[in-house]
Each structure stands twice: as structure tokens, then as C-alpha cells.
Design a protein around this ligand. Structure first.
Ligand SMILES: [Mg+2]
Length: 345
């Protein structure tokens, strides 16, 4: 036999179809919209009169994640969650996910099982079905391609272009934490590289680490708003940072905005890490990304209904287009919001 490990031998023994069967054998269907899942040429879905929402993402090793500090189970979980977040940002109910993988030879069966365990956990947590995908070999590291599918009543879809002047801009949860968590992981990685004997010091930073490694999508907020019969006029999920995502709403609604630095929800661990690493927490909130909170606008008449909800934070209001898109700083300066675009981490 060759010098392959037991794990590698198991994958090659299973073959592509055996591997898929092995990894998906515990996948069960929970949604009535999932007529047929994994096991045929295509999944069969039934949405009877609802609008169908589809969103996709590709995640590349070395660009979007670093396996030195990202456990594969977490990666599988996060890959599904960030796509669910996009369906929620349309005010939709996520119901299916399709996951395709490019796997390099360095992965053993137990690692792929961990990745699938994360995918399954996310599906169970958000009550969605894993209904298909593909597995192929890769020469450049791990590649994940995720497509999420959901649905919404035709009159309940929320786009980015529906905001109006004077409407209140709200965000959820806290911002900048995921970016600060990433900086902490990067710092400890460098320490480990120069001195492998030193264990990483991550104590006291559970919140920002979780924000980076195991983010959650805000299904709770969508349900809360629906219960109160509040339909946001525009909405987006914060994946690229508040600044870029706010600008998407402004540009597509053909409006300006005024948000206030003092109103931005920043967790105490984000503040503390910012001091330690000399990174401005506001910059992390504006440009860090990966927070997967929701950013939306509502008419002022609806504000009373959400006023008591701590997880929904008003941060400013929409203005006319001529005003431009600004943040008013704590020292009362107007700072123009800038788009970051995609970044090569
Ligand atoms: Mg999005």
C-alpha cells in the first residue's frame, strides 16, 4: 500500500458517490416545501404562490477563512448561517440550502465529517433542509459554495430600495465584534508561529470570538418584526460593514443618511480589544464586516413599537440625496461614509 493515512484511504475507498452518501446519510427533511432532497439529479421544491428567494456565496480557504484557527465544524455552520442571513434580509423564511465542496488531499474523512456536522447543526438550528450539492477535488485548498433558498409572501418582500426621507435607520445586536475577534485570532496565530510552545490567550473574549467563528443570523428579529406587523421599508444584512451596507440602502433608495457615532452598538469586549490592539472600535463597526446583523429602515410612526426592544438600535435617519451619506462623530464632525468593497484577507 502507499503511504496514505487510514483517513485518506477511507475517503478514496468510499469514492465520490460513497463519500456523499456517507456524509449526508443523516440528513432529514423538515420543510413541507422540500419535496425531494439529496439523492436525485435535482432537488424538488414547492412554494405554492410564494416568492422564491435564492442567494449564493463562495468561500475560499486563505481568502475567507483560515483553517489554522477556524474549526471545520464552525466553518460549516458559518457558511450556512451567512447565506440564511441573506434570505432573512429580504424578509424571507429560509428553507433549503445547497452546499458544494472542493476538497484538497490534505483532508481526512473525520475532518469532512466535522464540516458536515456544522452544516447539519446550522440546518437544524434554523429548521432548514440540506437538499443537494456536489463534492469534487481541489488542488488549491478547501472551497465551499453555498446556495440558500427561501420564500416570502409576495407583499412582504423587502428590498434595499424602499427607504424614504426621515425614516429611522435601525441596526440589531452589536457591530465590529467579528472583526475584532478576527484580529485577536490573527494576533495569537502570529504568537504561535514564532513560539509554538505558547498557548493562545483568548480568555475574556468569548463574545468577539463567537462573533467571528460562530455568528448567528437574526431570524429572531424577522419573527419579532412580523409579530408586531412591522414591515421594514428597506433592509440589508451587514456583511461588509455598516458603512458599505448603509451605502447600498442609500444608493438604491436614492437618498442620503445621517447616522450617529454615539448610537452605534459596540460590545464592551470590542471596545477592550480595540484599546489593546489600537484599533478604533467605530472603524471596526463601519468597515469590519462579518457581523450578520440586520440594517433596516422603518417609518417614524412605527418607532414606538420597537422602542423597548434592546436588540434593535436606532442609529440615525434617512435624508434627501443632496445631503449625502454621513456619520456624525462624537465630537460633532460629519464624516462621509465610504464603501469598502470586497477585501482580500
Ligand atoms: Mg447580504
Amino acid at each position: 500500500m502507499s503511504g496514505q493515512s487510514d483517513q485518506e484511504r477511507t475517503i478514496s475507498e468510499l469514492g465520490e458517490f460513497g463519500l456523499i452518501e456517507h456524509l449526508t446519510r443523516e440528513v432529514k427533511l423538515n420543510n413541507s416545501s422540500s419535496i425531494r432532497g439529496i439523492g436525485d439529479d435535482a432537488a424538488v421544491l414547492d412554494y405554492s404562490g410564494r416568492r422564491v428567494l435564492v442567494s449564493g456565496d463562495v468561500l475560499l480557504e486563505g481568502i475567507h477563512f483560515n483553517l489554522m484557527y477556524t474549526p471545520l465544524k464552525h466553518l460549516g455552520y458559518k457558511a450556512v448561517v451567512v447565506n440564511i442571513s441573506d434570505i432573512l434580509a429580504m424578509n424571507g423564511d429560509p428553507s433549503q440550502v445547497i452546499v458544494s465542496l472542493g476538497i484538497s488531499g490534505k483532508f481526512g474523512l473525520s475532518q469532512l465529517e466535522a464540516l458536515y456536522e456544522g452544516i447539519r447543526l446550522a440546518c437544524d438550528t434554523y429548521h432548514i433542509d440540506f437538499v443537494g450539492g456536489d463534492t469534487t477535488s481541489s488542488v488549491t485548498g478547501l472551497t465551499l459554495s453555498v446556495t440558500a433558498i427561501g420564500s416570502v409572501e409576495p407583499n412582504q418582500v423587502v428590498y434595499r430600495d424602499g427607504a424614504d426621507v426621515n425614516e429611522i435607520i435601525c441596526t440589531t445586536g452589536d457591530l465590529g465584534g467579528a472583526y475584532m475577534g478576527l484580529q485577536l485570532l490573527e494576533r495569537e496565530k502570529e504568537v504561535f508561529k514564532s513560539n509554538p510552545g505558547v498557548q493562545p490567550d483568548l480568555s475574556g473574549y468569548d463574545h468577539i470570538l463567537e462573533r467571528q467563528l460562530k455568528p448567528e443570523a437574526r431570524y429572531d428579529i424577522i419573527r419579532f418584526l412580523s409579530k408586531l406587523e412591522i414591515k421594514p421599508t428597506s433592509m440589508i444584512d451587514i456583511s461588509d460593514g455598516l458603512s458599505s451596507d448603509m451605502l447600498h440602502i442609500c444608493h438604491q433608495s436614492e437618498l442620503g443618511c445621517k447616522i450617529f457615532q454615539d448610537k452605534l452598538p459596540i460590545h464592551e469586549q470590542t471596545e477592550k480589544m480595540g484599546q489593546e490592539l489600537d484599533i478604533d472600535p467605530t472603524t471596526a463597526a463601519l468597515n469590519g464586516g462579518d457581523d450578520y446583523e440586520l440594517l433596516f429602515t422603518i417609518p417614524t410612526s412605527q418607532y414606538e413599537k420597537i422602542e423597548q426592544e434592546k436588540e434593535i438600535i436606532p442609529i440615525g435617519h434617512m435624508t434627501s440625496k443632496d445631503f449625502g451619506c454621513y456619520m456624525v462623530s462624537s465630537s460633532d464632525h460629519q464624516i462621509a461614509l465610504k464603501a469598502q468593497g470586497w477585501k482580500n484577507r
